[in-house]
Design a protein. Sequence first.
Length: 99
Amino acid sequence: FGSSFCGRQTNGRLQRPLGIMAEKPTVGYIGMGIMGSAMAGRLIDAGYAVTVWNRSKEKCEPLEKKGAKVADSAQDLVETCDVVFSCTSDPASARAVVF
């Protein structure tokens, strides 16, 4: 991914195309099961500001200790993050979180 992918050089400075964030986006992760907690943990390790939420709040505790914020609700998480991932166990749990 050279500079031609991320933007173009003008007067020795890289100019980003519109819509490209200069900083890492804030990331929200819903669902702290085996997969969700592992993926959220990797995002924290990579330096992202991560907010997590789970229907069982105690599942968020290990990620909170790593530096994640814990949202009070899925709606709060969605409203405060640039990017949101959801990793729920089945369609019923996805509907319970989304609707």
